[in-house]
Write a protein that binds this ligand. Structure first.
Ligand code: UD1
Length: 419
């Protein structure tokens, strides 16, 4: 097991390149199942969630080559096994994204139920109900989803709750269904637009991505393409918070600021000076202590739940009181007790944390619990006086490519060591 050792209280300065988006790469890799020829994805991030997806696809019969320039060549055109096994699905809930493409192309799929998740129950009822609307027969037994369809038929699908991966699953299933599918109350995340842009390049007929109503006209087949994944707005946001929490000045390159408006808006409220160009964002805190900001998570274009933990860390040392309200996941505050061990003044009241900013945190031994909670501990450790040790770093490796290398480039004192 690896640990991170961080000596904090040093401003971060410099520039780094942001990787391709995790939450775009995963659905697009699963979309390769729909194509009748190989897909080449460029700008993919080096992450354990991407490796897990590739292992799962390989187990079902895909072949792939990882190129040294962050591209993946993948041929999933002829799956030989229509089962996603528990041993692979249990580590990554996004594996449910195999369901829509497999069912649409082969009329059959057996996928392990993703099971519990540290940040909340995260059921898949919305995915299953919408696939049933498209004509699938679904049975859940022995921990597996058994889905069958003699050909999916386009229809009206209404999601009673906004879900990113459920929207993606149904879009993918509908691309080669018979007739037209109209999804209402669709998620509007930029990663959905990215998936749809790739599917359109593959030959799909889709309109409305990025809005709450998406229309998909079924086509006979999709073909392989080469596609560049969009930048990771959550990785970019996390590094910008790292600069703000340490009073530093950094530039993140390979980003799209248009998809980060809610995050940038909150950073400006903290007193940060922000300048954006077509594909870079520079944040300068000028050595100042950030001002406390209230945060409430909600579906895109509102403030993302995947940035909540990082802004909680920022608020712990900010000037003033703040509230952080989580409306997407019911148990996404596991960083609170760990931050409190560093001297943060945080009180959890239902789904809201009340934070009284303290002048400084002190280093401590910390336990990473889930991906974004772990990121918040790294940020707090970068700001804290003294040394922090963060255990269970594998959570971070799911979503942050070479995090310690990028932070070192920005001047952080950080080491990864093996126990
Ligand atoms: C995706 C992202 C994740 C992000 C989340 C919310 C990927 C791979 N992951 O996760 O990083 O934190 O969106 O922006 O893109 N729900 C149900 N039933 C369902 C599906 C979801 O009740 O069938 C609930 C969830 O428990 C949650 C809410 O809907 O409370 C939103 O979750 P959802 O958008 O589905 O999250 P994911 O797609 O799993």
């Amino acid at each position: 097991m690896y640990k991170l050792i961080i000596k904090g209280a040093q401003p971060l300065n410099g520039s780094i390149k942001i990787a391709g988006s995790k939450n775009s790469s995963l659905p697009i890799l699963f979309a390769s199942i729909l194509a009748d020829s190989p897909v080449t994805l460029t700008n993919t991030p080096h992450l354990s969630d991407v490796s897990t997806t590739l292992r799962l696809l390989m187990d079902m019969g895909s072949e792939f080559v990882l190129e040294s320039d962050s591209s993946i060549f993948i041929d999933s055109s002829k799956l030989t096994k229509l089962t996603a096994e528990y041993s692979l699905v249990k580590t990554m809930r996004a594996s449910i994204l195999a369901l829509g493409p497999m069912l649409a192309k082969y009329g059959k799929a057996k996928i392990s139920l993703p099971g519990g998740c540290a940040i909340g129950a995260r059921p898949v009822n919305l995915h299953l109900k919408a696939l049933e609307d498209l004509g699938a027969t679904i049975e859940v037994k022995n921990g597996y989803i058994y889905a069958e369809a003699e050909g999916l038929i386009g229809t009206e699908v209404y999601f009673e709750q906004v879900s990113v991966t459920a929207t993606e699953n149904i879009i993918m299933a509908a691309t080669i269904a018979k007739g037209t599918t109209v999804i209402s109350n669709a998620a509007q995340e930029p990663e959905i637009v990215d998936l749809v842009n790739c599917l359109i390049k593959m030959g799909a007929k889709i309109s409305g991505a990025g809005t709450a109503i998406i229309t998909i006209k079924g086509v006979d087949k999709l073909s392989g393409v080469s596609y560049a994944v969009c930048p990771d707005r959550i990785e970019a946001g996390t590094y910008l918070v790292a600069a703000a929490i340490t009073g530093g000045s950094i530039t993140v390159k390979n980003v799209r600021h248009q998809s980060m408006r809610s995050i940038i808006g909150k950073l400006i409220e903290t007193g940060a000076n922000i300048k954006s160009t077509k594909n870079s964002i520079t944040l300068n805190m000028n050595g100042k202590r950030p001002k406390a900001v209230n945060v409430k998570t909600s579906a895109y274009p509102n403030f993302p739940t995947d940035m909540q933990a990082q802004f909680t860390a920022l608020n712990t040392i900010a000037d003033g009181h703040s509230t952080i309200t989580e409306t997407i996941f019911e148990n996404r505050f596991m960083h609170i007790p760990e931050l409190a061990r560093m001297g943060a003044d945080l009180t959890l009241e239902g789904n809201t944390v009340v934070c009284k900013g303290v002048k400084s945190l002190t280093g401590a031994n910390l336990m990473a619990t889930d991906l974004r909670a772990s990121a918040s501990l790294v940020l707090a450790a970068l700001a804290a006086k003294g040394t922090s040790t963060i255990e269970r770093v594998y959570h971070l490796d799911r979503g942050y490519e070479t995090i310690e290398e990028k932070l070192k480039l920005l001047g952080a004192n950080i080491e990864r060591i093996q126990d």
